[in-house]
Ligand binder design. Structure first.
Ligand code: AP5
Ligand code: ZN
Length: 218
């Protein structure tokens, strides 16, 4: 199974990716998590990416495409993978097409922007694993601590309200066009294009997982 999870910042891609990856036994490839790991490690890429991410802008296509191509060449990706937060621009999508990466599905999680602001302001994450919680909608067992390791949870630097607004604008301008890109491709060339599925992302985490797994069953 090879699929793309598409959706606005805060739509619940990371949250649902965990369940979908478990169900299909595939790795989650989150370009956001990869960049945050580089920032934490202080690599040259991390130093460059930090300012771009904090401003709510996108890291350059060349860097991202290079990272993803290297990642999908690793042995654990041979049976499939889930892209979370990638592709995010038309050039990134074109690069996968040109590289002959054959995807089974594009799954869009649709959440109105009003709901997203509330989701992002209450988000807490465990940086080492990428596990994500919400103070109200998906709380950890012990407040402020990761369920599995007990380590402290943090708020992401790019979840400040001004940055969230910028990220939503960048999504509308640069990523939303991928909805038509994949829908049009699926109708023009169904034998080669990934199947396009869109689900309503409003509801409980469990309800959305059920919708996602149903959408990926046909
Ligand atoms: P990235 O990490 O990909 O962030 P994003 O796409 O903006 O998405 P988020 O991680 O914010 O949201 P999510 O959809 O995963 O939602 P989550 O499950 O956490 O990218 C960060 C930055 O890196 C970018 O801005 C860019 O600078 C750079 N970057 C990354 N990829 C790039 C690329 N390909 N090209 C260029 N630059 C790139 O859920 C959000 C919150 O809601 C959580 O608190 C969660 O608990 C809660 N929640 C989840 N589901 C529900 C529900 N059903 N009901 C209520 N609350 C819920
Ligand atoms: Zn995420």
């Amino acid at each position: 199974m090879k699929l793309i999870l598409l959706g606005a910042p805060g739509a619940g891609k990371g949250t649902q990716a965990a369940f979908i990856c478990k169900q299909f036994g595939i790795p989650q490839i989150s370009t956001g998590d990869m960049l945050r790991a580089a920032v934490k490690a202080g690599t040259p890429l991390g130093l460059q990416a930090k300012a771009v991410m904090d401003a709510g802008q996108l890291v350059s296509d060349d860097i991202i495409i290079g990272l993803v191509k290297e990642r999908i060449a690793e042995p654990d990706c041979a049976q499939g993978f889930l892209f979370d937060g990638f592709p995010r621009t038309i050039p990134q999508a074109d690069a996968m097409k040109a590289a002959g990466v054959k995807l089974d599905y594009v799954l869009e999680i649709d959440v109105p922007f009003e709901a997203i602001i509330e989701r992002m302001s209450g988000r807490r994450s465990h940086p080492a694993s990428g596990r994500t919680y919400h103070v109200k909608f998906n709380p950890p067992k012990v407040p402020g601590k990761d369920d599995l390791t007990g380590e402290p949870l943090v708020q992401r630097d790019d979840d400040r309200e001004e940055t969230v607004q910028k990220r939503l604008q960048v999504y509308s301008d640069q990523t939303r066009p991928l909805v038509d890109y994949y829908r049009d491709w699926a109708s023009a060339d169904p034998a080669n294009a990934p199947r396009y599925r869109a689900i309503n992302g409003l509801g409980s985490v469990d309800e959305i997982t059920a919708r996602a797994l149903e959408a990926l069953s046909h």
